[in-house]
Design a protein around this ligand. Structure first.
Ligand code: URA
Length: 435
C-alpha cells in the first residue's frame, strides 16, 4: 500500500478500505506521510466525501492514534455533552451540574476557545484556583464525590486529530461532514463516556449554515457513536444570534450561575432543559416528560447549583465567587453601544458578535494567546427586539479602552435594524435520535 494509490483512489471518488485509512492515519502521525500528501487527501475527502464505513474507519484510526480514558472504575454509565461551537454558549456550565443533580455521573474533558467561539475551560478558569488539569485519579474522585468532574483535554487523546485539524484549518478543509464528524466523535469516544448528547449549532455563528447540513452532521455522528456502542442523541439548535445575553468568560459564568438559580434568559434555560431532558431520557431515567420535570425541579430547588458549588470546591476553586458572582474578574473599562435609528433588530451575525468579544480580549486568535477573563459583551437587545434611536444595544467590557472602537464597529455592522419585527425562531430546531 502507498499514499499515492490512496490519493488516486479518493481523487476518483472511490471508497477507501479500512486498511488504507489505518495506513494513512498511522503514517501521518508517525511523520512518514508528508503534510502536502495529507492535505491533498483531506481536500479529496472534502470534495468527494466518505461513506459511513470509511467515516467510521477514520474515527477508529484516529482513536487508535492515542490514549483512551477508562471510566469503568466509576461503576455506572457516564455522560458527556458536546457543542459544535457557538457564541455565548455557556450551556455546559448549566447542563452538566443539572444532570448530575438528577442522578447522572458526568466526567467531561473540555476545550478552550479559539476564534469567535468560546471554550468551557476558559470560562471555568475565571474562578480563582479552579484546577482544569486534573490527574486521572482526581478526575475520577471528583466525579465520584459530586457527580460532575470537568478537566482540560489530555495531551495524549487523539493526537491524529490535533495534527489533521491544524492542516484542515489552513487548507480550507474544515467544512466537510465526514471530517468534522470523525474529529468530534473520535474525541468523544476516546473520552470514555457511554451516553453522549450533541448540540449541533445552525446559523451565522456555526459551521453548519443550514438545518439540512446540521441534520446530516448529527446523523453521521449518531451513527458513529452507535457503531462504537454508545448511546447518542443530538439537538439542532439556532446560532443565528448569540445564546443568552453575555459573551465573554466571567460574564458567561455569571449568567450560567443565574440560570442555575432559576433566573437567566429564556433561550439559555430552554436549551439547557431540552438537552437535560434528552440526556436523562437517553440514560434511562424515564419518559421525556418526566425527565423534563426532574430537570426543572433541579434548577428550581437549588440542587443543580449546589453540585456546581461542590465541584468548584473539589477542584480547588473559590466558592465565594459562585455565591457572589460580583467577585468574578471584572474589567476596569466599559462602553455602551447605541442604536443609530429606531426599529427592530431583524438580523444578527453571531460570528461577528464573537469576533467583537475577541477584539475586546475575551477570546484568542491563535492557540497560544491568553484570554482576559473579565472582557466581553452584555447584550441589552436581541434579535426581534424593538429599539429606539440612542438606546443602548450592548455594554462592552475591556481592560484597555483603545479596544472599544473596533469592537463597537464590528458589533454595529453585525446588527441589522429594520422596520418589521421578524418572526421569533425557537432555540431548539429539532431533536435527532438514533436513525
Ligand atoms: N470541532 C471539532 O472538534 N472538530 C471539527 O472538525 C470541527 C469542530
Amino acid at each position: 500500500m502507498n499514499i499515492y494509490e490512496i490519493l488516486t483512489a479518493k481523487k476518483r471518488g472511490l471508497p477507501l478500505s479500512d486498511e488504507a485509512i489505518d495506513f494513512f492515519v498511522d503514517g501521518f502521525v508517525r511523520g512518514e506521510i508528508a503534510d502536502y500528501q495529507a492535505s491533498a487527501l483531506l481536500m479529496a475527502i472534502c470534495i468527494n466525501g466518505m461513506n459511513d464505513a470509511e467515516t467510521y474507519a477514520l474515527t477508529r484510526a484516529m482513536i487508535a492514534s492515542g490514549d483512551t480514558v477508562d471510566l469503568s472504575p466509576l461503576g455506572q454509565s457516564v455522560c458527556d455533552k458536546h457543542s459544535t461551537g457557538g457564541v455565548g454558549d455557556k450551556v455546559s456550565l448549566v447542563l452538566l451540574p443539572l444532570v448530575a443533580a438528577c442522578g447522572l455521573t458526568v466526567a467531561k474533558m473540555s476545550g478552550r476557545g479559539l476564534g469567535h467561539t468560546g471554550g468551557t475551560i476558559d470560562k471555568l478558569e475565571s474562578i480563582e484556583g479552579f484546577d482544569t488539569a486534573l490527574s486521572r485519579e482526581r478526575f475520577l474522585s471528583v466525579a465520584r464525590k459530586t457527580g460532575f468532574a470537568i478537566t482540560g483535554q489530555s495531551e495524549g487523546l487523539v493526537p491524529a486529530d490535533k495534527l489533521l485539524y491544524a492542516l484542515r484549518d489552513v487548507t480550507a478543509t474544515v467544512d466537510s461532514i465526514p471530517l468534522i464528524a470523525s474529529s468530534i466523535m473520535s474525541k468523544k469516544i476516546a473520552s470514555g463516556a457511554d451516553v453522549i448528547v450533541l448540540d449541533v449549532k445552525v446559523g451565522s455563528g456555526a459551521f453548519c449554515k443550514t438545518e439540512a447540513d446540521a441534520k446530516q452532521l448529527a446523523d453521521t455522528m449518531i451513527g458513529l457513536g452507535k457503531r462504537a456502542g454508545k448511546k447518542v442523541a443530538a439537538l439542532l439548535t439556532d446560532m443565528n444570534t448569540p445564546l443568552g445575553n453575555t459573551i465573554g468568560n466571567a460574564l458567561e459564568l455569571k449568567e450560567a450561575i443565574a440560570t442555575l438559580k432559576g433566573e437567566g434568559p429564556d433561550d439559555l434555560k430552554d436549551l439547557c432543559l431540552t438537552l437535560a431532558q434528552t440526556i436523562l431520557h437517553l440514560a434511562g431515567k424515564g419518559d421525556r416528560n418526566r425527565c423534563r420535570r426532574d430537570a426543572l425541579r433541579a434548577l428550581q430547588d437549588g440542587s443543580a447549583l449546589e453540585i456546581l458549588r461542590k465541584t468548584v470546591s473539589e477542584q480547588g476553586g473559590n466558592v465565594a465567587q459562585i455565591d457572589n458572582p460580583d467577585l468574578l474578574p471584572q474589567c476596569r473599562y466599559k462602553q455602551e453601544v447605541f442604536a443609530a435609528r429606531s426599529g427592530y433588530i431583524v438580523e444578527t451575525d453571531a460570528e461577528r458578535y464573537g469576533m467583537a468579544a475577541l477584539l475586546l480580549g475575551a477570546g484568542r486568535r491563535k492557540k497560544s494567546d491568553s484570554v482576559d477573563h473579565g472582557a466581553g459583551i452584555v447584550l441589552h437587545k436581541k434579535l426581534g427586539d424593538a429599539v429606539h434611536a440612542g438606546e443602548s444595544l450592548a455594554t462592552l467590557y475591556a481592560s484597555d479602552p483603545a479596544l472599544f472602537a473596533e469592537a463597537e464597529t464590528t458589533l454595529l455592522q453585525a446588527t441589522v435594524l429594520g422596520d418589521r419585527q421578524p418572526c421569533p425562531t425557537p432555540v431548539v430546531l429539532q431533536t435527532v435520535l438514533d436513525r
